[in-house]
Design a protein around this ligand. Structure first.
Ligand SMILES: CC(C)(COP(=O)(O)OP(=O)(O)OC[C@H]1O[C@@H](n2cnc3c(N)ncnc32)[C@H](O)[C@@H]1OP(=O)(O)O)[C@@H](O)C(=O)NCCC(=O)NCCS
Length: 176
C-alpha cells in the first residue's frame, strides 16, 4: 500500500504539482499589449499605463520585453518586464506580476531571463528606479546584484498624493 502511494506520488502527483506551479519566459509580442495594460493596472502604480502606451512600447525597437506565462498556454500571461536600450546601457521601465502568482519567486525567473535577453543584445549596464518602500521589488533587485547608486526624494507620487523616495539602482551584466 505504502509502495503504491509512493509510486503514485512519483509518477502522477509530483509532475502535476510541478506543472501547476511552473511558468516559463518568452519574448513579448505586439498582441500582448492588452494583457500588459490589464496587469499594469494591478501594479499599485499612481499612473497605470494605457493600451496605447503599451502598443507604443512594443512597437519600439529600443524596447526589450519579456513575459512570464503558462507553459501550456503561452498566450496566458502571468507577468512581464520592459526595458529600454540605448547603446550598451538599458533601463528597466517596469516589471509586474499578476497578484495571483506573487510570492512564488517567479519574478526572479522573469528577471533572470530578461537579463540574459538584454545581454544577448549587447547591454552591459542596467539601471532602474524603485520606490524605497517597495520591499518585494527591492528584495528582487538586491538578490540579483543591483546596488543603490543614488536617491531621489519625492520622486514618486502615491495614489493618496503623498510623495515617496526613489532609489536609483545599477547592475553590471558583465560581472554576472
Ligand atoms: C515586484 C514584483 C514583480 C515581485 O514579485 P513577487 O512575486 O511579489 O516576489 P517574489 O516572490 O518573486 O520574491 C522576490 C523577493 O521579494 C521578497 N518578498 C516578497 N514579498 C515580500 C514582502 N511583502 N516583503 C518583503 N519581501 C518580500 C521575497 O522573499 C524575495 O526575496 P528573496 O529572493 O531574497 O527571497 C511583484 O511584487 C509586483 O508585481 N509588484 C507590483 C509592481 C511593482 O511594484 N513592480 C516593481 C516596480 S520597480
Amino acid at each position: 500500500m505504502l509502495h503504491q502511494a509512493l509510486s503514485f506520488l512519483r509518477k502522477i502527483a509530483a509532475p502535476m504539482l510541478r506543472k501547476k506551479s511552473s511558468a516559463f519566459v518568452r519574448h513579448a509580442a505586439q498582441k500582448d499589449a492588452q494583457q500588459f495594460a490589464t496587469l499594469h493596472a494591478q501594479g499599485d502604480f499612481s499612473h497605470a499605463w494605457s493600451l496605447a502606451e503599451f502598443e507604443g512600447f512594443l512597437a519600439d525597437r529600443s524596447v526589450v520585453a519579456d513575459v512570464l506565462c503558462d507553459p501550456s498556454r503561452p498566450d496566458r500571461i502571468y507577468g512581464f518586464i520592459l526595458s529600454r536600450r540605448a547603446s550598451d546601457e538599458a533601463e528597466i521601465l517596469t516589471i509586474v506580476l499578476s497578484r495571483a502568482v506573487r510570492g512564488r519567486g517567479w519574478s526572479r525567473v522573469l528577471l533572470g531571463q530578461h537579463l540574459a535577453h538584454l545581454a544577448s543584445k549587447g547591454v552591459s549596464t542596467l539601471f532602474l528606479e524603485v520606490e524605497d518602500g517597495n520591499q518585494p521589488a527591492k528584495a528582487l533587485y538586491e538578490a540579483q546584484g543591483f546596488t543603490v547608486i543614488g536617491k531621489r526624494p519625492g520622486y514618486y507620487r502615491r495614489p493618496d498624493g503623498s510623495q515617496a523616495l526613489a532609489l536609483v539602482m545599477r547592475l553590471s551584466l558583465a560581472e554576472l
